[in-house]
Design a protein around this ligand. Structure first.
Ligand SMILES: Nc1nc2c(ncn2[C@@H]2O[C@H](COP(=O)(O)OP(=O)(O)OP(=O)(O)O)[C@@H](O)[C@H]2O)c(=O)[nH]1
Ligand SMILES: [Mg+2]
Length: 330
């Protein structure tokens, strides 16, 4: 029997698209998709679990069905300890199901890393739901990586939406595969990933560089993407450098210096290097910061401080007020 290192679970539509990419990039993993859409994932590596919410597609119903499916999910991944849950937040499905699945897998004793994709700023109606779901994921998972749609890429507003998703999914797939790449002696150990992501606010910046100066270009773009997601300085970072196999010590030094300069990071910057035959370099940076712009999408958190977060599978998102001290006038 093959021993797997990790199970990757995509929840909702974005999760399903990303898990398809990831399944082609990681050889030693178990892959599950939890969703309610009809289309089938290519290849035979992903096991699809379709939740039956056709007739009542509410947050309440999705949470209940996710809860009911949890035992089945846990059995599918029985042989692994490390689980990654990937979901785009802001829709109903992923935002409702991902925290319930995460909570249940924690109860089954798994180590859970959440990779959450936050909506574009223009998806106004989705921002609050995404931020509340993110807080639930932070409460339940051992580690969280937050990816801002749009900020993940350098700004390129002309890109058609489906292409932007396609490109982001490709990059998210690459990033996840690097997080668990144990074959590479110059890589970053996945224990490091769990350690840094348990810190709370971990954001991602990506930058591509080509031709002469590719190291500086890629590092500048990745660092600027981080700056757009947080006003705070970076505390520490893991930097995954993927591409051009002839990268020199000088290039790595340029990447670190550029990164530190733009993000004002005075802490540790660990670099992993993943060579291939590309004539370009892609820098993926996971950075720990004090606060992110996503915190502002959920103003209630400052007032209620976590009390309204509702994991009850039998209810919709609700706020519990304490009326005990109030007397009725009759
Ligand atoms: N990177 C990326 N983000 C996506 C993709 N599809 C959707 N998103 C983002 O993820 C968020 C959640 O979208 P979906 O995954 O479609 O939502 P869902 O969880 O399936 O929920 P429903 O809308 O109820 O079906 C959206 O607000 C988008 O910003 C994708 O393929 N790639
Ligand atoms: Mg969907």
């Amino acid at each position: 029997m093959q021993a797997y290192d990790v199970a990757v679970i995509g929840v909702g539509t974005a999760g399903k698209r990303i898990i398809e990419k990831v399944s082609y990039k990681i050889s030693n993993g178990i892959f599950l998709s939890i969703d309610d859409t009809e289309w089938s994932i290519g290849g035979d590596k992903v096991k699809e679990i379709k939740l039956n919410v056709n007739f009542e597609r509410t947050a309440k119903r999705i949470k209940l069905e996710a809860h009911k499916a949890s035992k089945n999910i846990a059995e599918e991944i029985m042989s692994v300890n490390n689980v990654v849950i990937v979901a785009g937040l802001g829709g109903i499905f992923g935002s409702s199901a991902a925290p319930i699945i995460a909570k249940s897998l924690k109860e089954w004793g798994k180590r859970v890393l959440g990779i959450t994709i936050m909506p574009f700023k223009f998806e106004k109606s989705r921002l609050f739901r995404a931020a509340v779901s993110l807080r639930k994921m932070k409460m339940t998972c051992d580690g969280i990586i937050v990816i801002g749609n749009g900020e993940f890429l350098e700004k390129s507003p002309q890109t058609p939406l489906f292409k932007a998703y396609e490109l982001e999914n490709e990059w998210i797939g690459n990033l996840i595969s690097k997080l668990f790449d144990r074959g590479n002696v110059y890589g970053i150990n996945s224990k490091e990933t769990y350690r840094i992501t348990s810190d709370g606010n971990i954001i991602v910046g990506v930058g591509v560089g080509e031709g002469t100066g590719m190291a500086e270009e890629a590092a500048t773009k990745a660092s600027s993407a981080l700056r757009r997601q947080s006003n705070a300085d970076v505390k520490e970072a893991l930097v995954y450098v993927v591409g051009w196999k002839e990268i020199s010590v000088g290039d790595v030094s340029t990447i670190v210096t550029t990164f530190r300069g733009i993000t004002c990071c005075e802490g540790d910057v660990r670099v992993g290097y993943y060579p291939n035959n590309d004539r370009s370099l892609t820098v993926y940076a996971l950075a720990s910061v004090m606060e992110t712009k996503f915190d502002e999408w959920d103003p209630i958190q400052k007032i209620l401080n976590g009390r309204e977060l509702d994991f009850d599978i039998y209810s919709d998102m609700s706020v519990d007020y304490d009326f005990s001290g109030i007397k009725c006038l009759d």
